[in-house]
Every structure is written in structure tokens, then in C-alpha cells.
Design a protein around this ligand. Structure first.
Ligand SMILES: Cc1cc2nc3c(=O)[nH]c(=O)nc-3n(C[C@H](O)[C@H](O)[C@H](O)COP(=O)(O)O)c2cc1C
Length: 331
């Protein structure tokens, strides 16, 4: 007789896979505790970017993606999970408890979602000269809705304003020595977290500039380019947003982000997130008012496109080993 794996083993394997989740500056700000019958997800506040993300919005979004990835891993292994979010008001950093539900074989959609999780990565390279199909983008908006958040597809007439807001946020943050020190500490590193130099963006003019990972303190603010050609002419942009600007909604927003990013892989689209316009209050408020028409709280801007077919995929960003992010607690 083949013995089935214990709940603890199944949970341990799933939370190890959840480390593939994207996170702000690849901080991987999560800590898992695996008990014999449940896993607990905690926010690791030591890894919060205090200058860039003082509210913890991006930290919560990142943990939300990890939670979504753990659920995908469990469901794909035939163990659809039961999840309790923010179960203990006395422990605000305990973000979720996960237990195994009734076993059920994974269907092909789940298997595809699982496979997408294994290969997804942020792609900051300029995209190919080909628009992402509208029906694929529409599908991403329904995926976000189903997962408890919203995705606003930026209209062509709104892209100039998005460019302006992203550029302005970059200028404001770049003037802040604490922001620059934090960015320097988390980039160009050869470690299991943070960003290695080979995944950072090239500096050609873009339709909307990707975060400047090496800002100068005396740099001039980036001007909106007024003459083509600029890279990313065929990119589409979207704003992930939610009904409230608080931790429970950011966590849900992160789960929706995970679902959207995995669906994008299935639909053949490359993605990269921009959190800089949300990190600065003035540009966040303008995103809410002028791009979302006051109908939601912005969490993150996303860039979608078709990856250039000639270029090899960008190198993978490393992850911390499971024994650093997970503690196993015997009964
Ligand atoms: C909440 C959040 C905010 C992010 N913000 C940015 C950003 O402003 N600019 C950027 O280039 N990448 C951003 N990223 C992408 C991360 O840097 C990336 O996910 C991480 O380095 C891991 O790499 P991977 O996505 O290729 O696995 C963000 C990711 C998340 C989850």
C-alpha cells in the first residue's frame, strides 16, 4: 500500500513553492510556520522597506501573492485548502492560516496555473512590436474581479498621464536620501534576496519609465518624451485597485495580483509591476482621481506586453532557501 504524505509534508512543500511569488525589490517579506495540521503565514516586518513602503502596502501585496501561490500549489497537489485570513486581531502580522480541505483531483486549469507559477518572472525588457490581444486583457480584468480586487485597463488617452505620474513619483523618491540608500541596499546584490544587476532595466526612453534603480540625487526630472520612437510603444498598462486602502484589502489585492500574473503567463503575456506611483501620496491620489475616476484605491500599476521572441528570457531572480522562510513546529 502506498502511504500518502502527511499534512505537514504537503503544507511544507506548498509553502516552499510559494516563495516563487514576486515581491517588492524581491524582499520576500514573509515567514511561514508549519504545524502538523496547518500552515501560518506571517508578515516579516524586518523586511519592510521603511522609506519606500512605509504603509506596508507593497509588503502586504507581496504576502498576498505568496498566499495565492501556496493555495495554487496545494490545490494542484489535490488538496484544495481552507484559508482563514487575518484570523487573530491580537496578532496583526499573522496574515493567514491554511489547512487542507477535502482532497480533490486537480483539473487542467489548475495544472496550467501551477505550471505558470513555475515559469512566471518579471520582464522589464522592452516588449515586441505587437499589441496584447484585447480579449486576453479583458480576461485578466475578470480574473482580478473573481479574486476580490479590480483591474483598470489604462486607456490610450490616459497613458500620457500615467507616464507623468510615474516620472513624477520617480523624481520625488529620487530626491529622498533614505529612499536612495534603501534602493542601493536592495539592488545590485549577489544574495538570495534583493535584485541582481542583470534583471534591472536598460535605460532607453520608454512610454512609461520603469523605476530608476540607480537614481542620482541631482538628476533632472524625467521629461515626458515628446517624440517617438520610444520603447514599449505596444505595451498596455493597468491599475490594480480595491475598494479600501487597508491591510485586509491589500492582502486580497495581492492574491488577485498573483492570479492575474499567472493568468498572464497562460495568455502568453509578459508583465512587470510599477509600485513607485503608488508609493508617493500625491501621485497615488492623482491615480485614484484622474485614472480611476475616484472609483477605487490604487495598489499597483502593471505593464503587459508580448515578450520579444528573439531575445532569451531574462535571468531568474533568486529566492531565499526554504529553511530561512519556514519554521516547522512539532505538535
Ligand atoms: C508589490 C510589488 C511591487 C513591485 N514594484 C516594482 C517596481 O516598482 N519596479 C519593478 O521593476 N519591479 C517591481 N516589482 C517586481 C519585483 O522586483 C520582482 O517581483 C522581484 O524582484 C522578483 O522577481 P520575479 O518577479 O522575476 O520573480 C514589484 C513586485 C511586487 C510584488
Amino acid at each position: 500500500m502506498v502511504e500518502s504524505a502527511s499534512d505537514e509534508t504537503v503544507l511544507r512543500e506548498a509553502v516552499a513553492l510559494a516563495s516563487l511569488a514576486p515581491s517588492i525589490h524581491n524582499t520576500q517579506p514573509w515567514q511561514w510556520i508549519v504545524h502538523p495540521e496547518q500552515a501560518e503565514l506571517y508578515a516579516d516586518r524586518e523586511r519592510q522597506l521603511t522609506a519606500t513602503d512605509p504603509d506596508g502596502r507593497s509588503l502586504m501585496l507581496s504576502c498576498g501573492v505568496a498566499l495565492q501561490h501556496a493555495q495554487v500549489a496545494l490545490a494542484a497537489a489535490g488538496h484544495p485548502p481552507e484559508v482563514e485570513r487575518l484570523p487573530d486581531p491580537g496578532q496583526p502580522d499573522l496574515l493567514a492560516r491554511i489547512r487542507l480541505g477535502t482532497p480533490a483531483p486537480a483539473g487542467p486549469d489548475l495544472v496550467r496555473e501551477y505550471q505558470s507559477m513555475l515559469i512566471r518572472h518579471t520582464d522589464r525588457r522592452p516588449f515586441a512590436p505587437q499589441y496584447p490581444p484585447q480579449d486576453a486583457l479583458d480576461e485578466l480584468t475578470s480574473v482580478a474581479e473573481d479574486a476580490g480586487a479590480h483591474l483598470h485597463l489604462v486607456r490610450p488617452d490616459q497613458v500620457t498621464l500615467v507616464n507623468l505620474l510615474v516620472s513624477r513619483a520617480g523624481g520625488i523618491e529620487g530626491d529622498d536620501p533614505e529612499y536612495r540608500a534603501e534602493l542601493a541596499a536592495w539592488t545590485h546584490r549577489d544574495s538570495a534576496d534583493g535584485l541582481p544587476p542583470d534583471v534591472l532595466p536598460s535605460d532607453e526612453p520608454r512610454r512609461v519609465p520603469i523605476r530608476d534603480f540607480t537614481p542620482d540625487d541631482d538628476a533632472e526630472p524625467t521629461e515626458v518624451p515628446d517624440a517617438p520612437p520610444v520603447a514599449d510603444e505596444y505595451a498596455r498598462y493597468a491599475v490594480l485597485h480595491g475598494d479600501r486602502d487597508d491591510e485586509p484589502h491589500w492582502l486580497r489585492g495581492g492574491e488577485a495580483l498573483g492570479a492575474v500574473l499567472l493568468a498572464a503567463v497562460r495568455l502568453g503575456l509578459a508583465t512587470s509591476p510599477f509600485s513607485d506611483p503608488v508609493e508617493v501620496m500625491a501621485t497615488r491620489e492623482k491615480l485614484a482621481r484622474d485614472i480611476l475616476a475616484g472609483l477605487g484605491h490604487p495598489y499597483l500599476v502593471l505593464r503587459f506586453g508580448v515578450a520579444s521572441p528573439e531575445a532569451p528570457p531574462p535571468p531568474r531572480t533568486p529566492r531565499r532557501p526554504a529553511d530561512e522562510t519556514t519554521r516547522v513546529e512539532p505538535e
